[in-house]
Design a protein around this ligand. Structure first.
Ligand code: PLZ
Length: 452
């Protein structure tokens, strides 16, 4: 097996942290002024620097600062930015043709991506896929497919769940601010039930899986009626909700309930999928075989592509012409996905994600011992997080989380926050990041925590 430092960088960029101006620097400041004037205020900014280049484990800004990337553009560039195979295949496709619309004139890369998805996703049943542009679009289509298959309407989702920003997926998403506030009314027939969040389960983590599953099942049965439910949609590792790992046993119980009641079980692996958690898909950790699985983000190395993959008989329920869209499964995005998947296989990126966990988790746990502001350390593979609380309590501390993120940014570490309470700092490095950069990023985090 290769060591982490053998991993080739996604581009020729020097793999180093380098802070040469204030953060943000003068060029970023002046671009930000243009952004304020020309771009809608609703489009926020996590780290106020403008990107110039990115590759491997770093992102370089327009002022020449080089940041260690612990964000991967929100879990997208798992194979690194501008990964060689992604660039090579996408470039060749750009030169051949950029678009025909798959519904007008199909092309091989679309079919090939669907073939790869059938091989890579859990279960050895007959599978089919349909491709789309964004994660939200994939989730919407999974619901459309489940509804037409079951001839039922209700959709069950979970506390802290996130599924997108379109009208239906806003309804599926649990957090009001910033995703839903002022944007209603939302789509009907969406029901939310408890999830097994061990750190915040009132009776403690021990019985969390069992109690949460019992409550969820009871609420579905009593408030919705299992026979009315088309789909249960869940993230096997909840992303925007705060990198919540449902207590072991919860997911299998919910999947079993779905099976017993003819409900389509949809795993939303848009953030957790494609090697991120140390498996190809996070639901594999508990042996779950979803009926449908939604993927996006990591699938195409940075180009917009999303998919719904699942049991052939369910996927085929929609009438011919019932699914689609002008750009869904764009040929350049498909070529990029084939390059990303090639890279994931060649470099064994699931193993790489597990190595990242081995490096990061012990250090995060040690930091938690030293800093009572860290209430919990969790996640799997290269999808890890710390939850920040007021010391001695479990009261969320979003202010400390924001301050910590800002301090990291100023020292050249790109980190993201997340969570229903805005108090979770998440770590999503590209899976090709070098071990030295990983440790240096943690050094920065440690020094920023000491300054807090
Ligand atoms: N399902 C599980 O994580 C996207 C959201 C960023 P799109 N998560 C990042 C933001 O603030 O908009 C996501 C996800 C899960 C669905 C989605 C939606 O994917 O590609 O952003 O539409």
């Amino acid at each position: 097996m290769t060591t982490m430092t053998d991993v080739p960088a996604g581009s020729e960029l020097p793999q180093e942290r380098r802070v040469v101006t204030a953060v943000p620097g003068p060029k970023s400041e002046s671009l930000m002024a243009r952004k304020r004037a020309a771009v809608a205020d609703g489009i926020g900014t996590v780290m106020p620097v403008f990107a110039a280049r990115a590759g491997g484990g770093v992102l370089e800004d327009v002022d020449g600062n080089s940041f260690i990337d612990f964000g991967s553009g929100i879990a997208v560039t798992s194979v690194g930015n501008s990964a060689e195979a992604v660039v090579r295949r996408a470039t060749a496709q750009l030169q051949a043709f950029t678009h025909t619309c798959v519904m007008v004139t199909p092309y091989e890369p679309y079919v090939e991506v669907c073939e790869r998805l059938a091989e890579l996703t859990p279960g050895d049943h007959a599978k089919k896929s349909a491709l789309f542009n964004s994660g939200a679009e994939a989730v919407e289509n999974a619901v459309k497919i489940a509804r037409t298959y079951t001839k039922r309407q209700a959709v069950v989702v979970f506390d802290h769940g996130y599924h997108g920003r379109t009208n239906l997926t806003m309804a599926l998403t649990s957090k009001n601010m910033p995703y839903k506030h002022g944007f209603g009314p939302f789509a009907p027939e969406v029901y939310r039930v408890p999830v097994a969040y061990p750190y915040r389960w009132l009776t403690g983590p021990e019985n969390c899986a069992e109690e949460a599953a019992a409550q969820a099942v009871d609420q579905i049965a009593k408030q919705v009626g299992a026979e009315n439910v088309a789909a249960i949609v869940i993230e096997p590792l909840l992303g925007e909700g705060g990198f919540i790992e449902p207590a072991k046993g919860f997911l299998p119980r919910i999947a079993e309930f779905a099976r017993e009641n003819g409900i389509v079980f949809v795993a939303d692996e848009i953030q957790s999928g494609f090697c991120r958690t140390g498996q190809w898909f996070a639901c594999e950790d508990e042996g779950i075989v979803p009926d449908l699985i939604t993927t996006a983000k990591g699938i195409a190395g940075g180009l917009p592509l999303a998919a719904v993959t699942g049991r052939a008989e369910i996927m085929d329920a929609a009438h011919s012409g019932g699914l689609g869209g002008t750009y869904g499964g764009n040929p350049v995005a498909c070529a990029a996905a084939l390059g990303a998947i090639e890279t994931m296989r060649e470099l064994d990126l699931p193993a790489r994600a597990r190595q990242i966990e081995e490096v990061m988790k012990p250090r995060l746990r040690k930091l938690a011992e030293q800093h009572p502001v860290i209430g919990d350390v969790r996640g799997r593979g290269a999808m890890l997080a710390i939850e920040l609380v007021k010391p001695g309590t479990k009261d969320p501390d979003p202010a400390a989380t924001a301050a910590l993120a800002k301090a990291c940014h100023q020292q050249g570490l790109l980190v993201l926050t997340t969570g229903t309470y805005g108090n979770v700092m998440r770590f999503l490095p590209p899976l090709v990041i070098g071990e030295d950069l990983l440790n240096e990023g943690l050094d920065v985090l440690e020094s920023a925590l000491s300054e807090l």
